[in-house]
Design a protein around this ligand. Structure first.
Ligand SMILES: [Zn+2]
Length: 699
């Protein structure tokens, strides 16, 4: 489990999206091998009917009482969550469309005769191998056998660290997080970070809380482990006993792990130590040997945070019986590979992780599952083919203009903040001046030449990619940070902020309706992607981002009084969101979603100011479908967050966070803006109106 400080706009909905228009006027920055052109026909890929339409609005639901219902109820009632999904609405519908575009690209790549080493060939071979169900079925568990044999060969606890070193070196690390990332104290240099990990369930609460639904999930988890162990050859009695051992093992880890709210403080993830001190803190685990096993030069220091977790890990190396260790390692290896093995394993994986934990009724068709694996294995490489087919260059120019206007507007707001001292403002403006926007796709593509992909070995391809990607990350330890890199592929329907680079990033696939439309009126673009741009910028000033300075280093640039003032305002915002009841007896956790909610409130506020700035003095409202520009601005914000969940998925999001479910994002920020009340003629006392002490203004 990596805990990198990337801040996606929304929960990562498996994948992605594309534009119908097939415009090839601009090639990717570094085109891959010359040769046969990929022939892709996107004419049959349907638009998703998700953009704001007057017909979808429900006049009988009052905008001032239930704005989400007013804009979204009718569409959601007519478009239930599909059986192969756990959510449906703007993000997932765009994701679905992206998948369909990707499918056309992958099929064309698989059908063509592309030279060895070309991206088309790698994508085509990966897809072909994934679709070859007969070969996957025949292989059964065998692709994993060498790995399982190594686990079987462990004879004593003292051999476990060496085994872990080997497994991590192959990209199969599964206990603690270990990766390269910018040093929180020197954002230009990558260092190694070791963080907590090792849980199969989504969060520690699932192991520890006494709630009836979590108890049921624990029982189902036992059955899942038992099933996998049986499929892998254990007899019934042994499998049952092993399942209990796995749950006990992970419950111990869960008890020593930090919770999601605690992890919001970036300081909990950062603790630079020398190798000598690291080795002293875990007498049973030699970090010097671990670096050597990874073939990484031993650094002077690395970040070993979360002391309770690593103390427990160290204790477990000594006191958990070797057979229990082997059972857990074996389970994690099989469980991790199950989606890529034969159907019995894949089915077991679906039953527990998708059906029980997320409420998905049916398995997605094979091609979607394979594209999910392809995106996870070589998403940015695949993205090269995607942008060539589905990203019109005029989108980039329009986006850059929007970002420029949002930036200028935020500056004015920062300068005029009433609650912040001039001293802190200077620092805030300094941070503002170093924002780096990235739009569409990377200027420099990653080199994939070292990745071998075979047209007949699906699990082998997954393992090769895992090793290749992990090596790519490990090779950064001790090296300068490459700020041209992207943390998301272009075909992902999402956006993110990264605090150590102070960058805001908008992949190609989010740049379509309802977020963005080159032909739409300003109200829609500012209420959609404009507010999203604002959201990402404001992450630089949320409860976490505000702890990083203009250079991307973790540093306190606040006066104590300003920080107190900020905390008082954000506390109130947390309280507001905690007041939203998502399921009977289960409210939103305003603390867990605080950063997102600060970013939403600031994002909508700045986007609204920017809309006014773009309209200029003497603007004549054109009124569209009977709605004013201000109304359309807020209505499109709500459209972006249009979403329905299965109950299990909603529970999971409430627990794991950090994003508040979309129906609350649709209303949370607007309820604090007087411009919203004015646009819809709302009165004091209406649900969508917060006033006086109840209203929060931060940025
Ligand atoms: Zn966000």
């Amino acid at each position: 489990m990596n805990l990198r400080p990337l801040k996606p706009l929304a929960l990562a909905f498996a994948v992605t999206v594309a534009l119908a228009a097939c415009q090839k006027t601009e090639a990717p920055a570094e085109p891959v091998a010359e040769a046969p052109k990929l022939q892709v026909d996107l004419s049959q890929v349907a638009q998703q009917p998700i953009a704001l339409r007057a017909d979808d609005v429900s006049p009988e639901i009052q905008a001032c009482q239930d704005f989400n219902g007013h804009v979204n109820a009718k569409w959601l009632a007519a478009n239930p969550v599909p059986a192969d999904k756990t959510t449906w609405g703007a993000f997932p519908a765009l994701g679905e469309r992206s998948l369909q575009v990707q499918h056309e690209i992958a099929k064309a790549a698989a059908a063509g005769d592309f030279p060895e080493g070309s991206m088309e060939r790698k994508v085509g071979d990966f897809f072909k191998a994934g679709m070859d169900e007969a070969a996957i079925e025949a292989a059964g568990l065998s692709p994993l056998q060498p790995h399982l044999d190594r686990i079987d060969a462990i004879a004593a606890n003292a051999e476990i660290p060496a085994y872990l070193g080997k497994a991590y070196a192959e990209g199969e690390g599964m206990l603690f997080g270990f990766y390269a990332m910018a040093d929180y104290n020197d954002s230009n240099t990558n260092i190694a970070y070791a963080t907590q990990g090792g849980l199969s369930l989504p969060e520690k609460a699932y192991y520890l809380e006494d709630r009836e639904d979590y108890q049921k999930i624990r029982t189902a988890f036992l059955a899942h482990v038992e099933k996998l162990m049986t499929l892998a050859g254990a007899d019934a009695e042994t499998a049952k006993a092993q399942a209990q051992q796995v749950l006990d093992f992970e419950t111990r880890i869960a008890k020593a792990s930090l919770g999601r709210v605690e992890l919001r403080d970036p300081a909990t993830r950062y603790n630079p130590v020398s190798l000598a001190d690291a080795n002293a803190s875990t007498p049973n685990f030699d970090w010097t040997a671990f670096f050597a096993a990874l073939d990484v030069e031993a650094p002077a220091s690395f970040s070993l945070a979360m002391p309770a977790f690593f103390k427990e890990f160290d204790a477990m190396l000594a006191d958990v019986p070797v057979e229990q260790w082997k059972t857990w390692l074996r389970f994690r290896a099989i469980d991790g590979a199950a989606p890529y093995l034969s159907s019995a394993f894949e089915q077991a994986n679906f039953e527990f992780y998708r059906k029980t934990l997320a409420g998905q009724a049916e398995m997605a068709p094979r091609w979607k599952r394979v594209l999910g694996a392809l995106n996870g294995s070589m998403g940015e490489g695949f993205g090269q083919l995607y942008v060539a087919q589905a990203f019109p260059p005029e989108s980039k120019a329009k986006m850059e203009a929007l970002v420029g206007n949002l930036m200028a507007t935020l500056k004015v707001r920062l300068e005029n903040l009433e609650w912040m001292s001039d001293e802190t403002k200077v620092k805030a403006l300094e941070k503002w001046s170093t924002f780096t926007p990235k739009v569409g796709y990377p200027d420099k593509w990653r080199d994939w030449s070292g990745l071998q992909v075979a047209g007949n070995d699906y699990a082998g391809n997954l393992m090769a990619a895992s090793a290749f990607n992990y090596r790519f990350n490990l090779d950064k330890i001790g090296k300068p940070v490459d700020r041209s890199e992207w943390g998301m592929s272009p075909q992902t329907v999402n956006a993110y902020y990264r605090s150590t680079a102070n960058e805001i990033v908008f992949p190609a696939a989010i740049l379509q309706p309802p977020f963005f439309d080159v032909n739409a009126d300003d109200a829609l673009n500012y209420g959609g992607i404009g507010a999203v741009i604002g959201h990402e910028m404001l992450h630089g000033f949320d409860d976490q981002g505000s702890k990083f300075d203009a250079a991307g280093n973790m540093a306190n640039w606040w006066t104590d009084a300003d920080r107190e003032n900020f905390n008082a305002r954000t506390d109130k915002l947390a309280e507001q969101y905690s007041g939203y009841e998502a399921l009977p007896g289960m409210n939103v956790n305003g603390r867990l979603g605080l950063g997102e909610n600060i970013a939403d409130l600031g994002g909508v506020t700045v986007a609204y100011d920017a809309l006014k700035r773009a309209q200029g003095e003497g603007f004549a409202d054109p009124m569209v479908d009977g709605f004013s520009q201000d109304q359309r601005f807020f209505m499109n914000w709500a459209t972006v967050w249009r979403i329905a969940f299965t109950e299990a998925q909603l529970k999971q999001q409430l627990t794991v966070g950090p994003h508040s479910p979309g129906m609350f994002r649709a209303v949370g920020a607007p309820s604090n803006l007087p411009a919203f009340a004015e646009a819809f003629g709302c009165k004091e006392g209406d649900k969508m109106v917060r006033s006086g002490d109840d209203r929060v203004v931060i940025w």
